[in-house]
Design a protein around this ligand. Sequence first.
Ligand SMILES: NC(=O)c1ccc[n+]([C@@H]2O[C@H](COP(=O)([O-])OP(=O)(O)OC[C@H]3O[C@@H](n4cnc5c(N)ncnc54)[C@H](OP(=O)(O)O)[C@@H]3O)[C@@H](O)[C@H]2O)c1
Length: 244
Amino acid sequence: MSDGRRVLLIGGTSEIGLAIVRRLGTGAGGRAVLLGRDPERLAGAAASIEGAEYEVLDADALDTHEPVIARAFERAGGFDVVVLAVGVLGGQAGLDADTGEAIEVMRVGFLGSGSLLLAALRALRAQGRGTMIVLSSVAGERVRASNAIYGAAKAGLDALAQSLGDSLAGTGVRVLVVRPGFVRTRMTAGLKPAPFATSAEAVAEATAGALDGRAHTVWVPPALRYVFAVLRHLPRPIYRRLPL
Ligand SMILES: NC(=O)c1ccc[n+]([C@@H]2O[C@H](COP(=O)([O-])OP(=O)(O)OC[C@H]3O[C@@H](n4cnc5c(N)ncnc54)[C@H](OP(=O)(O)O)[C@@H]3O)[C@@H](O)[C@H]2O)c1
């Protein structure tokens, strides 16, 4: 491997994902590869990162995950960091959500993302080193009635990432789960910012900081860790009455 950093972004047009790739940087001899479903949007994203390459990958096309990711590893000569930033927020309603949209949120957020996570971790395990960064959310820490579908998909992905990370302890492969609160990106465009709202750059900064240490989970902003430590343990009759 060369001296530069090799980074693979799955969800190659994600604002948060791209901010992380920019913040980490690739350096001389490094490489950034973006995987996403839309070639035009990917080309635009790749143009914002010097020397970035891209390839098409749809989270819904489960059969393609392993071969596309394996090919990206082979072409780049492996990756130091893989970032998983695929997700769909949907309308945030629970029972009243549009059925097609609700299914997409669950399909992309858990099934597709979970499959991509497995494929990427298998490739990292095969090379014997590297860090997997998974974009989870505080929404999955304790799921709110107002955000039931997205929150449940994130809870599943977060649990999968944490437990697979545990299974890889001592192998040289590390899983870093990132749990941002409300981030001002196109995903949340038009929504009223929640308390502790932050930016993609702040998520990238916190992620880069955590990468240098030994953390397995990073909350952005950090105060949300303590907010959710309280929320997580509230009795349900109280939790369900909160205006969340
Ligand atoms: N923004 C927030 O408030 C927030 C908070 C906590 C966690 N997160 C999580 O952070 C991650 C990145 O979000 P973001 O804010 O950067 O939003 P974003 O810019 O909308 O990124 C979402 C990404 O998911 C991709 N995607 C959606 N469906 C896909 C599919 N079927 N196949 C392949 N890619 C697909 C999108 O690709 P296209 O360009 O093709 O649509 C895009 O690259 C997500 O996992 C999100 O859930 C976001």
